[in-house]
Design a protein around this ligand. Sequence first.
Ligand SMILES: Nc1ncnc2c1ncn2[C@@H]1O[C@H](COP(=O)(O)OP(=O)(O)OP(=O)(O)O)[C@@H](O)[C@H]1O
Length: 359
Amino acid sequence: MSREAVIRIEHLSKTFSDAAGPVLDDVSLTIRRGEIHGIIGRSGAGKSTLVRCINLLERPSAGRVIVSGREITSLRGRALRNARRDIGMIFQHFNVLSSHTVAGNVALPFKVAGLPRAEIARRIPPLLELVGLAHKADAYPSELSGGQKQRVGIARALALDPSVLLCDEATSALDPETTDQILALLRDINRKLGLTIVLITHEMHVVRDIATRVAVLDHGRVVEEGATFDVLAFPKSAVARSFLSGLVAHELPPPVAAQLLPAAVPGSDPVLRIVFTGTAAHDPIVADLVSVFGIQPNILHGRIDYVGDRPLGVLTLVAGGAGEKLPAVLSHLSSLGLVVEVIGHAVRSAVARRHSAAR
Ligand SMILES: Nc1ncnc2c1ncn2[C@@H]1O[C@H](COP(=O)(O)OP(=O)(O)OP(=O)(O)O)[C@@H](O)[C@H]1O
C-alpha cells in the first residue's frame, strides 16, 4: 500500500511579471510521508521557485498546493502563518541571525508562536542535542563553522515539529566532508522523526546519497520522476541522462562517441552498453564474454557506483569478434538480469583484427 501524500502539487504554474515565459509550467508532484524527495535540475530550471511555492514564500500564478491535507494556496494572513508551521525550511546561506546566540536563534520560532519563556527554555536543549550542538548553545554564529550554522538552521526549522522540511540547496555552500555530515544528519532525522524532506539541489551526489525519490525539473516542467535508483539507472529523458552523466556513465565522452558508427560495416564490431543493477554488478560478466563466447571485450567507458546500498554500474564495451554470436551474447547478459543495448558499432583496430584472425 502506498504511503499517504504529505504534499500534493497540482498543475502549478508561476510567471513573474518581468519574465518572458512561465518559470514553472503545469507542475504536478506528490510527495509521500517519510520520503526524502530530491528535486534536481540545472541552474534556472525553477527549483527554488518550486520549493518556495510549497510554503507560499512565492505565490503561484495557477494551481494548488496541498500540505498535510490542507490547501495552503487558498490561505492568507493568520491561517497561512499557522499552516506554515507545518513546513520547516533551511537555506543555502543558513539565514541565522548574527546578533543571536545558537540558543537565541533556535528560540525564535517559539517566540513568534508565543510560547512562554520557561517552555522555550525547556524545548531548546533537545533540539540542540538532536543536531549535535548542545555544547554551542551560547556561541554566536561568527564563532561557528558553515556546517554548524546549518545545524542551527535545521534545529530552528524543526522547532515547531513540522511534517515537512524543505531544503533549498542546503549543502551547496559547504565543503564535501561537511556536506556528508549534514546529509547524514538529515537522513538520521528523517529516520528518527519520520520527517518528510524535500531537497532541491544541483548536486547529483546529494540525491544519490539520501533521496528515496527524485524529480527532474527542466525549463519549469517535471520531465521525469521516480525512485532514485530507477531514474539514475534508466533515465528516460535526454536532459536527465545528460544531467546525470557526472554520476552514472550513461553518456560516452565525446571523443569516444564520435567514433561510433550507426550501422555495422565490414570489420566493425557491436558496441554494447550494459547496465548492472543489484547482484549482477558482482558477476564476472567480462570474463564470461571471453571464456564462454570467445569475445574480445574492449572497454570504452564505465563506472560502478552505489545508490544507497545498491550497486549501479554502466559499462560500454566493444564486443570484439561477436559476429553471429551476438544474439546469444545478448540473451546471456539479459538472463543475468543485466540491461543491455547495442548503441552502435566500432571498427576494430588493426591489432584486434590480427588477434581475431589468429583465433
Ligand atoms: N522574483 C523573481 N522575479 C523574476 N524572475 C525570477 C524571480 N525568481 C526567479 N526568477 C527567475 O526564474 C527562473 C528560475 O529561477 P529559480 O531560482 O527558481 O531556478 P533554480 O533552478 O533554483 O536555479 P538556481 O539553481 O540557479 O538557483 C530564473 O530564470 C530566474 O531568473
